[in-house]
Design a protein around this ligand. Structure first.
Ligand SMILES: NC(=O)c1ccc[n+]([C@@H]2O[C@H](COP(=O)([O-])OP(=O)(O)OC[C@H]3O[C@@H](n4cnc5c(N)ncnc54)[C@H](OP(=O)(O)O)[C@@H]3O)[C@@H](O)[C@H]2O)c1
Length: 351
């Protein structure tokens, strides 16, 4: 099949490109050439997806069996691509998020859960927000047609090339060694999906031209938070330079959430820490019955952690690492990862 990836070079899009090439498909990627280089074997078209001219140049004289859109974040972006590609592609898969559901992360969601009320014709350049993916979904359905559209609501993605700084942050924290602040309930059941498992499933349902919606993530409990952190520590191993190995020091939610200068931001300062609070009660409870019945298979977390650590070592420090070793998108309001001095203060006070 001929497959167009809107994006296709960074993380999930890259995994889609790899899965499609492995299965013998012809792959075109469309991106600005900023984030990463494209995989060998794809036809890479450079352009800005907000630009109608660049998109017109992309589609001129071309037709694809399927489009996979991993990069639209704004409804206005989805409107122009879905409108234009209507005549140049047979099928459109939009990668959305569990964020699109208004009940998430407070409640368990399934494919019939209500979406945020963001409309398809939301003006461009909105500040980032969870509701926007719902508007993107509506835009694709409206302009490409529900009979030819598949929506994949992604859960938390991890794996090699991760650009969210979550699993990489924990692996690199373990590599720094010493006492590590391990927050909350070690028995908390998570649901995290390896980007390669997402893409393998995605290519199957894209090429079979499925329509409708799948919440695409692992079943709840594919790893607990305690296993997640212990595996990160194990995969990283002992420091070779004589520094003390990482030692997990578990601290309950309450003191970490207590107001004050050393209050810790869930999810961001200690990535993926979801405390036991009503606002986050459903964070790892998305219903995966439909996606499992459709064939999603998830590898063990150990394999994801090992492969991500191997990739990190080969890659070296990310360009956007600051003096504290914190990573994040440049200019983001919060960076992932706690400042080391704050972590040590909390450990001294609470452990
Ligand atoms: N990470 C998670 O846990 C998670 C959870 C739920 C949902 N999701 C969703 O999953 C999707 C996966 O994202 P990804 O980063 O892994 O996908 P990706 O396709 O691997 O990367 C994004 C691509 O879009 C391109 N791009 C970005 N802005 C562009 C623009 N204005 N014009 C043209 N190309 C542009 C980037 O290349 P250039 O920068 O070089 O242009 C890159 O190739 C996202 O939609 C995200 O919201 C992720």
């Amino acid at each position: 099949m001929k497959i167009l990836l809107l994006g296709g070079s960074s993380f999930l899009g890259r995994a889609f490109a790899s899965a499609a090439l492995d299965r013998g498909h012809e792959v075109t990627t469309f991106n600005r050439g900023r984030s990463h280089s494209d995989l060998a074997g794809v036809e890479a078209v450079r352009g800005e997806r907000d630009s109608a001219d660049d998109l017109a140049r992309l589609v001129e004289g071309r037709h694809w069996d399927a489009v996979v859109d991993t990069s639209a974040q704004q409804p206005a972006q989805a409107v122009i691509s879905a409108r234009l590609l209507r005549e140049h592609a047979d099928h459109y898969t939009f990668v959305s998020s569990v964020h699109a559901f208004s009940d998430w992360p407070a409640l368990a969601v399934n494919e019939d859960s209500p979406l945020h009320p963001c409309p398809a014709d939301t003006p461009p350049d909105q500040p980032p927000g969870n509701a926007l993916k719902a508007g993107c979904e509506r835009a694709v359905l409206e302009h490409f047609g529900a009979d030819r559209t598949l929506i994949l609501n992604s859960g938390l993605l991890i794996g090699p090339y991760e650009n969210g700084g979550r699993l990489p942050w924990w692996l690199e924290r373990m590599a720094r060694g010493g006492p590590v602040l391990a927050p909350g309930d070690r028995e908390r059941a998570m649901q995290v999906i390896d980007v390669r498992d997402f893409a393998a499933f995605g290519i199957e349902v894209v090429t079979a031209r499925h329509t409708g919606r799948y919440i695409t993530t692992a079943p709840t409990g594919n790893v607990t938070f305690g296993e997640f952190l212990a595996t990160c520590r194990e995969v990283v191993g002992e420091p070779s330079d004589g520094r003390p190995a990482a030692e997990l020091v578990w601290v309950e939610d309450g003191p970490l959430l207590a107001e004050g200068p050393d209050s810790v931001l869930p999810w961001l300062e200690l990535p993926l820490w979801a405390p036991d609070v009503p606002e986050m009660a459903g964070v790892w409870l998305a219903d995966t019955a439909r996606v499992q019945a459709a064939g999603l298979r998830c590898r063990p977390f150990t394999e994801t952690a090992r492969d991500t650590w191997a990739w990190l070592q080969q890659r070296g420090p990310a360009e956007d690492t600051d003096a504290d070793g914190l990573k994040g998108r440049k200019g983001a309001r919060h960076k992932n990862g706690i400042v080391p001095a704050k972590e040590q203060r909390l450990l001294a006070a609470l452990a």
